[in-house]
Ligand binder design. Structure first.
Ligand code: SAM
Length: 294
């Protein structure tokens, strides 16, 4: 009976036996703390009724913990050198499938249909993300038509703080709003850099995303245009909303007249910083500008 994969001794033994050398280019930092691994599975609230997608199984430390709690686990790993390792170390678990795939290229709705015995069960994403592509992965997950029951992911602490930031803070920005548009985000707990092999030079946090419990009181006229507008408004965070609007919309006197009227109608001061606006206010503003053909 060998110890679980996520223990330091077993991780070392696996890496030695298969000659695994972690690749920086794939953001490989393996988690070697069973306590933390089990806490992640708890935070994701996994049961035998759940289908789990894991992004980046590495050498299978988290995958093994998920397999013990979930109905089925589908793990997508970009590094083909790790596939034979995963096949062997996860052999005791018949509810795990590992695919050699780049999650950013994967057709997730199709995979869910093909790979899970019962695709109608709740689909949860659990991962210790490769930090260099945290935002693209999250944006991809949210853009896909899959109804994620939970997305429970480890990321750099600083990014976790951006996802859960409140208006008026330094961390609040386009990423916060893109998440808030669809999900409720909370930090479950922080994780020290010391529990990884190799140890990254940042601390981490587990973020749990769940579908919004309330629908937005206003809908944008166009979601993509709304987020293009929001990113534009945050281009110069230190400048006023008014300054940013002139760069994003127009500096023409007629347009500026309309913009003044819109801000006035919405009760938004032109002099505030963009980071003070709530998602609702951004939607109201984008809709009003659109209505005025701006
Ligand atoms: N889950 C393991 C753990 O907790 O120890 C490994 C986590 S490690 C931070 C990130 C993993 O994601 C690595 O195994 C890496 O090869 C994989 N990865 C990186 N880019 C990927 C991508 N685009 N698609 C799928 N997996 C990726």
């Amino acid at each position: 009976n060998s110890p679980e994969i996520g223990s330091r001794t077993r991780t070392r033994a696996i890496m030695e036996r298969y000659g695994v050398r972690t690749k920086k280019s794939f953001g490989q930092n393996f988690l070697t703390d069973l306590n933390v691994l089990k806490k992640i599975v708890d935070a994701a609230d996994i049961s035998k009724n759940d289908n789990v997608i894991e992004i980046g199984p590495g050498i299978g430390a988290l995958t093994e913990q998920l397999a013990q709690k979930a109905g089925e686990v589908l793990a997508l790993e970009i590094d083909q050198d790790l596939i034979p390792v995963l096949t062997e170390v996860l052999a005791p678990y018949d509810n795990v499938k590992v695919l050699n795939q780049d999650v950013l290229q994967a057709n997730l709705p199709e995979l869910i249909k093909q790979e899970f015995a019962d695709p109608a069960r709740p689909i949860k994403v659990v991962a210790n993300l490769p930090y260099y592509i945290t935002s693209p992965i999250l944006m991809n997950l949210l853009a896909s038509p899959v109804n994620w029951a939970t997305i429970c992911v480890m990321m750099q602490k600083e990014v976790a703080q951006r996802l859960t930031a409140k208006p008026g803070t330094k961390q609040y920005g386009a990423l916060t709003l893109a998440i808030e548009y669809q999900m409720e985000a909370k930090i479950a707990f922080d994780v020290s850099r010391k529990v990884f092999v190799p140890s990254p030079n940042v601390d981490s946090a587990i973020v749990v995303l769940q579908p919004r419990s309330t629908t937005l009181p206003v809908q944008p006229f166009n979601k993509q245009k709304l987020f293009g507008f929001i990113r534009g408004c945050f281009a110069h965070r230190r400048k006023s909303l008014w300054n940013n609007l002139q760069s994003v919309i127009s500096k023409e006197p007629v347009a500026k007249g309309k913009m003044t009227m819109i801000l006035n109608n919405l009760g938004i001061s032109p002099q505030i910083r963009p980071e003070k606006l709530t998602l609702e206010q951004f939607i109201d503003l984008a809709n009003a500008l659109h209505q005025q053909a701006l």
